[in-house]
Design a protein around this ligand. Sequence first.
Ligand code: SF4
Length: 715
Amino acid sequence: MGLPAGFRVITEMTYTPSPLARGYTGKTLYVHVGSGKIESRPVTQQMRDVFIGGKGFGLWRLWNAVSPKTQWNDPENEIVIASGPVGGTTSYPGSGKSLVVSLSPLTGSVMDSNVGGYFGPYLKFSGWDALEVQGKTREDVVVFIDGTSGVVQLLACPKLDVNTHVLSETLMHAFAASDAPRDIAAVSTVTTGEGAEHTRWGCLNFSFFDLKRKAARIKQAGRGGIGTVFRDKGIAALVVRSPAVKPDSNAPADLSKLQGAGARINKEILELDEKQCDMRRVGTAHLVEIMDEYDLLPTHNYRFGSHPDASKIASSVWRQRFGQNMPDGCWIGCTMSCSHAVDDFPLRTGPYKGRRVLVDGPEYETAAGSANLGVFDPDFVLEMNFYCDTYGIDTISFTTGLAFVMECYEAGILDSTKTGGLELRFGNGDAALAILHQMAAGQGFGTVVGQGIRRMKDHFVREFGADRAFIDSIGMEAKGLEYSEYVTKESLAMQGGYGLALKGAQHDEAWLIFMDMVNNQIPTFEDKAEALHYFPMWRTWFGLVGHCKLPWNDIEPADNATTSAPAKVPEHVANYCEIFSGVTGIEVKPADLIRQSERVYNFQRAFNVRMGYGTRAHDRIPYRSAGPVTEAEYESRHDRYDKQLREKLGLDPAKMTTEAKVAALRAHREAQYEKLIDAVYKRRGWTADGVPTLAKLKELGIDFPEVVAVVQPHQ
Ligand code: SF4
């Protein structure tokens, strides 16, 4: 089969795809888009033993590619994509995830982002455990990996519309062996869009072909601006064409073990999902009304946790809008199938105005982000969701960043003369969409907003005389990454979940709100520290092996509540031991899986230290995530806060001004956060400044000379 019209081979490498053995191909693929170098690299035994796969492989390859001086936009920076040994399994739900690792334009340090879609498993079935892309080129290129004929090509490409909904569909058809749907479905792409070029919020879209709709679908590696790195490198797309997927494509050591565990959880999902989270019908969007009920749904830049209009964007709305009323999986065999889409949505703004499009989502985070802007209109949510995706912009950073802008506007820091005429007030969905289109075009105030909250804060102080203390308190970012969509004021553990997450303020290390504030299961500092050790280890583990978090605890066995540790879902933890040993042939217990994670987790922290971050100063959080910044915010929940002043601090709120009450509560809560950090560092085996101790590295077997050299000066 020849190349699609307009493409030209710059360099290529032919190869014989290594047969898979127990979840690994034993090779990773390296492509330098600047020099055209393409090579196969071996997976060493140390990589398997210490780094396992997925995020572990990504971190190790990146560590060896960069120096402490490397910036996100230097050619040396890499984008590494890897699934993991379990990735590509079709017998157990949620086994198709990939992890993407790079230096972030938002944080300057190491970023990891997990994503569904078919690219990661297809990459592996095409002979590669990971893909490492380095270098920069001025003209757009496509990297094409053909696992059916054993060739990797770096291609110069014709002028393309890089926006994802156009490009992914175009390339999936162009690189398919024929027009037959099964051949199109054998192709997966990684793309982003124009917004990634002009902001630091670029995401990557991983595609899969939906055989029901006969259309390209996408899932996002959303966090940390890796799409921005992608476009900065001059990459238009990565394309893989895979051999046919079979139940034993991953060559597991014991397929029957996987099938046994898979049959158990599939039965649970089919029998219980509808009564529990109903992921198969509404996906994560079911959380909107739950968060609203518990005062955890961010509205108006996290000032409040509920809103009378929340029902307008709640799950009942999405249940009606989601197409075909049937489950949608982002990898083959995922019975949880939570990746829903809205069909035939008419766009009313932007360059594709008037077209009817497929919208992948919304997920909870996107709908909740809209609440954070004070916009409770489902059509806005879908329009914003579509354009963020196709422009390659992370919906979380976009909504959290714009919520910050809106609060600055309402506080008088901004006005329409500074925003190019846009009235960026809460609730103004039209202005929000206008900013989004400006970001894609690289025009107007959108270019300022797209730099992210951390850089906007500096800009607003420098250019508009904003009060530094105020905007530091309300700008919801940690380590430079915008918060995802949960109000954490009443959950100290969740404040730690955000502030102590290695990559920045994302909930995918620890989501402890319910355990902490609803169920009161972790009352002491030591309990919270233990949770902030234990739960990130599972999230890390999923990212090492290529597994999705959702089938862990968004479905629970019928008797889970009667077990000794319901929050840990012991039956599913037992399943993970089965699937790891079923794939790799290595017998493991839960403690072994935790240890696998702990090694990589501590390595990632050391990597942050190496890049000039990774210490206590970088684990700070904005006060808005710990308590009320303004008097209006305090007064909106004054019963709750007054009670705490009385019971926890022995103060009499009746004798205090609101200003004094805000200050007293703040002093208390900030001190509590510092105590929490002390407890967590101690539990994790880190110094008081948050650096892994030499003893910890030794215990974990990652006291490699180059890692020791990084942490030694901090002991
Ligand atoms: S549970 Fe949802 S996100 Fe996870 S693999 Fe299945 S469809 Fe994808």
